[in-house]
Design a protein around this ligand. Structure first.
Ligand code: G6P
Ligand code: ZN
Length: 583
């Protein structure tokens, strides 16, 4: 057994280490400055209660982006020096964000050990590489991101740090090989356990879904499938789950080899960045050369986001969560005894609300950010939840889960096609969505993003909307002056949320204009941008009349878009005549 000593290294605060909603995300060049990562890791250890560090078991892994391997060795040496008993590392340092959550919650070591938390090394859907982004966040014992109480403490610690502890003479551990390496330090034994990145997660998925019925769907000659990991960590799971477990062909996997720079791409699963998949599915400008597959999906860098597509058909994330909720009990064994409740973020369309009402389910509308769902889940109040930003998930873990969402869709397809697999016409993704609209009505939905707007201008625009919202009659005068064919604004407010579990209040979560016919306009500032400000405008119109649910969504929403742009004086405030991105 190799012995190691503990060094105390003198350090000093470095500006700008405030973790955002999803941890600390900066350019690699920032992270590789002397002491930068060390200060943040030590500040995290110091923010946790002693029992979560000394003698504890910690998970350390991530989406495999550039600088991860070096960061893992540094964190191992610092964990050893801080008295951690063992570190669990996914082979090659790879674990998706949902897999880290699953490992923290479910994995039991050979000696019965359980993890008390973990570091996830990812900047999610941001590009990777020497000139791109790196990130680190800490997840707690429930498998969810550290709450604000902890992240605030971490930040405070980064502002006062004087030294960090590190086992400098601990040799680098070969994280490409599965196995346990044992070391001996001043406080006793320290182990690094490198384990298969997929096994625990696959086991959890098999306990949730009926793999046999999905296998039958995948094996059916009428069905075809395609999955794009955008060179993120989802590739490490896609092969195991879709090919080895469910029998899909290897050729159905696109970009499923995880790469440090995501192949130079932007690992964000949407119609703009998942270009290859979009073309293969017959959407967008470049048409597929062959008949597109029946089902397609993509993930982001750390595999917590998902995009679901049918043949020549896009499923909006807001519809996706509503459809999963409506079909979960029949199609997914994990939910067979019913849903405890459902939840969506405020800007997500109200498609889920209609399902909740019809099925008599508890329903919650929370601010943007996954942590709000976690509280509801810990309290047993929510089973399925989702966001318009391509996040869908359930209470099986405390993160959104890209592969789970795909398995949920495959389960619904398998259930709807039980009788059809011998031959005959398959119920397609598009059929399922159109059937859903026919039953519950359709929420036409679009999002306009104005990226990198001058921060002052964005603030002024929001302040103007807040002011306007206080006088409904004035708002209605303006609206009618813009378009007489839209309905009246029945209510407007600045969204505020009181957490029903811990009573905490989150204010200023976006301005809402709610129309009499169920339409909504929502304005909010992004909490994840890195330059200037990003204004997001969410536009939604509810259509119950089944003869009117088949329109093109940009056409259907044109009147509301016009109202939104003029009411907010978008061009006047921002100087922008068009959004940067429309989804
Ligand atoms: C991250 C969070 C999501 C959230 C999204 C919003 O992905 O994990 O829960 O929906 O950011 O980003 P925004 O830029 O709109 O604040
Ligand atoms: Zn992500």
């Amino acid at each position: 057994m190799v012995n190691f000593k503990v060094s105390r290294v003198e350090s000093a605060p470095i500006d700008g280490q405030k973790p955002g909603t999803s941890g600390l995300r900066k350019k690699v060049k920032v992270f590789t400055q002397p002491h930068y990562l060390h200060n943040f890791v030590q500040s995290t250890f110091n923010a946790l209660s002693a029992d979560k560090v000394r003698g504890a078991t910690l998970v350390v892994s991530g989406d495999g982006r550039y600088y991860s391997k070096d960061a893992i060795q540094i964190i191992i040496k610092m964990a050893a020096a801080n008295g951690v008993r063992r570190v669990w590392v996914g082979q090659n340092g790879l674990l998706s964000t949902p897999a880290v959550s699953a490992v923290i919650r479910e994995r039991v070591g050979a000696d019965g050990s359980k993890a008390s938390g973990g570091f996830i090394l990812t900047a999610s859907h941001n590009p990777g590489g020497p000139n791109e982004d790196f990130g680190i966040k800490y997840n707690m014992e429930n498998g969810g991101p550290a709450p604000e109480g902890i992240t605030d403490k971490i930040y405070e610690n980064t502002k006062t740090i004087k030294e960090y502890l590190i086992a400098e003479d601990l040799p680098d551990v070969d994280i490409s090989v599965v196995g346990v390496t044992k070391f001996e330090g001043p406080e006793g034994q320290f182990d690094v356990d490198v384990f298969d990145s997929a096994s625990d997660y696959v086991k959890l998925m098999k306990s949730i879904f009926d793999f046999q019925s999905i296998q039958k769907l995948v094996a059916s000659p009428q069905f075809s499938f395609c999955y794009d990991a955008l060179h993120g960590v989802a590739g490490a799971y896609a092969k195991r789950i879709f090919v080895e477990e469910l029998g899909a062909q290897e050729s159905s996997l696109l970009n499923c080899v995880p790469k440090e720079d995501f192949g130079g791409g932007h690992p964000d699963p949407n119609l703009t960045y998942a270009k290859e998949l979009v073309a293969r599915m017959g959407l967008g400008k470049s048409q597929a050369e062959h008949e597109p597959p029946e089902f397609g999906a993509a993930a982001d860098g750390d595999a917590d986001r998902n995009m679901v597509l049918g043949k020549r058909f896009f499923v909006t994330p807001s519809d996706s969560v509503a459809i999963i909720a409506a079909n979960a009990v029949q199609s997914i064994p994990y939910f067979s005894s019913g849903l405890k409740g459902v939840a969506r973020s405020m800007p997500t369309s109200a498609a889920l609300d209609v399902v909740a009402k019809n099925l008599n389910l508890k329903f919650f509308e929370v601010p943007t950010g996954w942590k709000f769902f976690g509280n509801l889940m810990d309290a047993g109040m929510c089973s399925v939840c989702g966001e318009e930003s391509f996040g869908t998930g359930s209470d099986h873990i405390r993160e959104k889960d890209g592969i789970w969402a795909v398995l949920a869709w495959l389960s619904i397809l398998a259930y709807k096609n039980k009788e059809n697999l011998g031959g005959g016409k398959l119920v397609t993704v598009e059929d399922i969505v159109r059937q859903h609209w026919a039953t519950y009505g359709r929420h036409y939905y679009t999002r306009y993003d104005y990226e990198n707007v001058d921060a002052g201008a964005a603030k002024d625009l929001m302040a103007n909307l807040v002011k306007l919202q206080s006088s409904l009659s004035e708002v209605n005068n303006i609206v009618k002056g813009i378009r007489s064919d839209v309905s009246n604004v029945a209510n407007a407010d600045e969204f505020e949320y009181k957490d029903p579990v811990d009573g905490s209040v989150s204010k200023h979560q976006g301005v809402r204009y709610l129309f009499e016919d169920g339409s909504r306009l929502v304005f909010r500032l992004s909490g994840t941008g890195s330059e200037g400000a990003t204004i997001r405008l969410y536009i939604e119109q509810y259509e119950k009349d089944s003869s009117k649910i088949g329109r093109d969504s940009q056409d259907a929403l044109a009147p509301l878009v016009e109202v939104a742009l003029k009411l907010s004086k978008m061009q006047e405030f921002t100087g922008r005549s068009a959004p940067t991105v429309i989804t």
